[in-house]
Ligand binder design. Sequence first.
Ligand code: SF4
Ligand code: SF4
Length: 664
Amino acid sequence: GDAWLLVEFGGDSTADANEQGRRLLDALERAGDKAQVGARLYQCGDWAIKEVWQIREGGCTHSKVPGEHPGWAGWEDTAVAPEKTGDYLRDFQRVVDEHGLRVASYFGHVGHGCLHTRLDFDFSTAEGVRNYRHFMEAAADLVTSYGGSLSGEHGDGHARAELLPKMFGPELVGAFREFKSVWDPDFKMNPGKVVDPDPLDAHLRMDPSYTSRPVKTEFAYPGDGGSFTNAAERCFGVGACRDQNAVMCPSYQVTLEEKHSTRGRARLLFEMMRTDSPLEDAFRNEEVKEALDLCLACKGCLHECPVRVDMATYKAEFLSHYYKGRVRPRQAYALGLIRWEAELAARAPRLANFLTHRQPFAALSKRAAGVAPQRQLPAFASRTFRQWFAGRSGLNGTGRARVLLWPDTFNDYFRPEVAIAATEVLESAGFHVVVPKGSLCCGRPLYDYGMLRLAKRLLHRVLEGLRDDIHAGTPVVALEPSCGAVFRNELVNMLPGNEDAKRLARQTHTLGEFLARHAERWHMPRLESKALVHFHCHQRATSDTDCDRSVLDRLGLDYEVLDTGCCGLAGSFGYEAGERYEVSIKAAERLLLPALRGASAHTLLMTDGFSCRTQIEHGSERSAMHLAQVLQMALQRGPAGPAIDPPERAYASEAGALASGRRP
Ligand code: SF4
Ligand code: SF4
C-alpha cells in the first residue's frame, strides 16, 4: 500500500538542515530509490512544521470517524526491529484481514519500528467480543514471533496485560509477581494489571450488555442518527482537549482537572446515558451538572476535537432537562433574558444606566443579577442601531445588491457604533443594506442556561420574519460571531428538516466572509497600521477565518492573528460571580491579555466578539475594535488612520466609556 514517511532534519541553521536532507536524497538516488519513493525536500518555517506534525498526529486523533470507523484502541502500540517493519506489517495486515477487521490508519515512529493502529472491533455482540479476543491473541503471537514488543512506547495496561506471558514467558512474569509481592504483599496497588491481570475482554467500555436510556431531546443531533447517546459516545479519549496551546479546552487549561475537560465531560455524559449507570437521576445528576458548570460553551471542541464533540450543545441539552419544572438560578433570568431587558431599557436608557452604573444601585443590580462585583455591566446606548437606521434619510443604495444586516442584541442596544460602521462600509462597497422588520433575536444567551424551548420559538420567529429574504437568497451579515453561530449550528440542529433553516445557515456570513466572497471588486480603502487580531471562538468554530485574513490583507494592515485561545468571557459565563468569574479571568490572563498588554499604543486591537471586547476592556487599558470599525476608520481617515494613540480613542462611544469605566 501507499504511505507517507516524514523525515525531519534539524541543524544549527536552515542551510545545515537542508544539507542533511539533500544528502539523504542523494543517497536514495544512488540506490535508485528516489523516483520509486517519490522523495522530496521541503523547507519548513515554524508554522509549517507545526502543520505537518498535525497531519502526523491526525493519524491517531482522526482515526475515529463517527458513523464510519470507531477507531478503537486495544492493539495500537507494537514495536519490532526497524529492519523487520515491512515484513511484520504485511503479516499483521493478514491477521487483521483474517479476523474481518479494518485498520483506520497506520501511523507511528518507523525509525524505531513502533507502529500504531486503530481497529473497528465490534463490542456490541458476543461474537464480536470473541473475535476481539482471538485477534488480540493472534496479533500477540505474531509480534512476539518477530522478537518484538506488545507495547512500544506506552503501557501495557488492561488491554495487553493478559498477553505478557507470550512476550516474557511464565518464568519472568512469575518473577514480576514475586517482586511485586515484596512491596505490595496484599496486591492493593493497581490490581488486575501486569501481575494476575484481569482478562483482556473484561471491563470493556462497550459490551453486548450495553443499553442506553431513552430520552426525548430538544436538539435533533442529525449528525448522530438523531441520538443524544450517540453524540455522547463520540469521544474516543485521545485527549487532544488537554492541549495547552489550543482553543479547546479553556476550563481544563485553567483548572487542569479532567472533569473540566471536554473528555471528562463527554465520559460523564456517556456513563450517564447507560441504563445501568451508577450516576443516579440521569439528567438531574449533580456530578454531571458540576462538571458542565465550568464549560464556557466556547465551541472550541466543535472546531478542534477530531470527532467534533460539541459540548456546548450537550450542555445546553443537559440543562434544559435538569431545570425542567424547576426555578433556574437568578443569573439565568438576568443574563439569559438580556434581549427583553434591553428592549425595556431602550425606552429609558439614561435611567437604566443610572440604575446599573451609579452606586449604590450598580452594586445592588449586580448582586441581584448574580454578576461578579468586579465587572461593569454593559451600558445601554442612548440610541439603538435600529433607531439610527430608521431615522436616516435618503435611499441609501436602493437598486444595488441587497444585504441584510443582522442587528443582534449587543450591537443594537449596547454598541450601535459597530453596526453603524458596518452599514457605512457595506454601502461604500456598493450594497443596499436592509435590517429585519420588527424585533427579532437569535436567542444566543438562552443556550447558556438551557432555555431551549424559548430559543426554538425565537428561531421560528426569525424564519418567519426573514422568509422573503431567505427565499430571495439575500445574504445575511451577522456582526456578532456567536449570533452567526446560532444560525449555522444551533438552528439546523434544532430544526433539521426545515429548508428555510438550512437556507439561512447557508446565507449567513461574518462581515469578513461577506466582503471576501461578495465584494471582490470593491476598491477597499487602505489602512497602513499594525494590528493584533483575536478571533472569537465561535467565529473559529463556525466560519472561515481565512476570509477575514484576506480582507485584512486587502486593507494593507500589518497584522498578527493571535493564537491565544478563548478570551474567557464567553457570553454570560465570565459575568457570573464566583468560580465562573475566576475561571474567566484566569483564561484571559493565560495568554490573551499578556499578549495585548505588550502591544504598542498605536497598534490596533481587533476582535469581532462583544464578549472578547468586553474582556479586553476589563483586563487591559485598551479597547478592541470590530472589523467593521477598522474598515470605517480606513474609509474616514485614510491610510494613516487617526493621529492619536491609542487609535480606538477616536471612536470611543458614550456607552463604551460607561461600560469600561473610562473617559471617552
Ligand atoms: S473530547 Fe477530547 S478526548 Fe474526546 S475525542 Fe475529543 S479531543 Fe479526544
Ligand atoms: S465548549 Fe469550550 S469549555 Fe466547553 S468543553 Fe468544549 S472546549 Fe471546553
